[in-house]
Design a protein around this ligand. Structure first.
Ligand SMILES: NC(=O)c1ccc[n+]([C@@H]2O[C@H](COP(=O)([O-])OP(=O)(O)OC[C@H]3O[C@@H](n4cnc5c(N)ncnc54)[C@H](OP(=O)(O)O)[C@@H]3O)[C@@H](O)[C@H]2O)c1
Length: 326
């Protein structure tokens, strides 16, 4: 039994549940064109099945291993035989090919509505003291350059005719937790990808970005990690994260754009806390589930932000601290 994980919601799940059932009408992706990177991997394969169940018009499956992509197509077919599928063998660091793939998809289907970015690599798990500076950027290349290449390609291919795309980035809770020895290369590259996509979404207003931690799951990547590291695996059933991915792109989860959420969190509690999560546009730094700097900001132009300066005993705001010139 793994130890309980820290959570934002009181209720958490380790298996799928009715509110994220991809066959719910509210979660339908009928008519949508969905691209999945890493569709030859564990979570991407499961996600393809969940989007098929939600009735997507077309699933575009990207990976590097043809045999594994064929298995994903079979999984889609077994779930919903009406979904169009296309597979592409492509290395995401090969930007010209990624752009050609996205352009071909848009030419055939008119636009890409949803992109689930599940491709990822585990950088070597070792103390940073012994990391090889000559190869250190290898993991970063897929995670950062590959992510940029995908984001650019989808927006460029969609063009002005189809500016809106929902981009779901698979990340790790490791970027929030205290440092875990040996994971510095992986975690820092995943953080870089999140900050890169935050900036990309700010520059491209049609991009609705979600960052999702899928959970600690048994896949090829975690098997690789398990060879050197003892980690608790929360669950084997990938339908929890894959169905959650269908929920996160639905209209009811739109308020979670630019946020990071865990697939295990209860979606009903998230919806009930919408106002807290979104925050107020009049109060910089309000809102939750985003990357900030705890305690910042307290003042704008020397004026305390409401609720940020502890009141004095009589309830009035504390006077500003006097400067010392000693
Ligand atoms: N599993 C977990 O416990 C866990 C926890 C937190 C976050 N995540 C994140 O979730 C995502 C999916 O992980 P997973 O567990 O499903 O991993 P996985 O089973 O190892 O699959 C990784 C996928 O990424 C693809 N890929 C890797 N490098 C690529 C490249 N340069 N170009 C194109 N495709 C590339 C692989 O393609 P080929 O196999 O065809 O080469 C494969 O489809 C990753 O971003 C991972 O960081 C996973």
């Amino acid at each position: 039994m793994p130890p309980p994980q820290p959570s934002y919601t009181k209720v958490t799940y380790n298996a799928t549940y009715p509110a994220i059932d991809p066959t719910l009408p509210a979660l339908s992706t009928a008519g949508k064109v969905v691209v999945i990177t890493g569709a030859s991997g564990g979570i991407g394969h499961a996600a393809a099945g969940s989007f098929a169940a939600s009735g997507a018009k077309a699933l575009i499956l990207l990976g590097r291993r043809a045999d594994a992509l064929t298995e994903t197509v079979a999984h889609v077919r077994a779930t919903n035989n009406d979904v169009l599928t296309h597979t592409y063998i492509v290395d995401l660091c090969d930007s010209p090919t990624v752009r050609a793939v996205m352009a071909a998809v848009v030419q055939e289907h008119g636009g890409i509505d949803i992109l689930v970015h599940s491709a990822g690599v585990l950088a070597p798990v070792q103390p940073l003291l012994t990391a090889d500076p000559a190869t250190f950027l290898d993991g970063y290349k897929t995670t950062v350059v590959g992510t940029l290449s995908v984001a650019q390609a989808v927006v460029l291919a969609n063009g002005e005719k189809h500016p809106d795309v929902t981009f779901v980035n698979l990340t790790t809770a490791g970027i929030l937790f205290p440092p875990f020895p040996g994971m510095g290369a992986y975690v820092s590259s995943k953080m870089a990808a999140v900050k890169l996509l935050e900036a990309f979404a700010a520059e491209n207003k049609g991009v609705r970005l979600h960052n999702v931690h899928p959970g600690f799951l048994k896949t090829d990547m975690s098997a690789q990690l398990a060879r050197t590291t003892k980690l608790p695996f929360e669950y084997d059933d990938l339908s929890l994260p894959s169905n959650f991915l269908v929920w996160i792109v639905s209209p009811e989860a739109d308020f979670l754009r630019n946020k990071l959420v865990f697939a295990a969190w209860d979606v009903e509690e998230l919806k009930a806390r919408k106002a807290e999560i979104v925050g107020s546009s009049e109060r910089p730094g309000s809102g939750e589930l985003w990357f900030g700097f705890k305690g910042f900001p307290r003042y704008v132009g020397g004026n305390p932000l409401p609720g940020t300066v502890p009141p004095t005993v009589d309830g009035s705001e504390r006077p500003p601290a006097k400067r010392s010139h000693s």
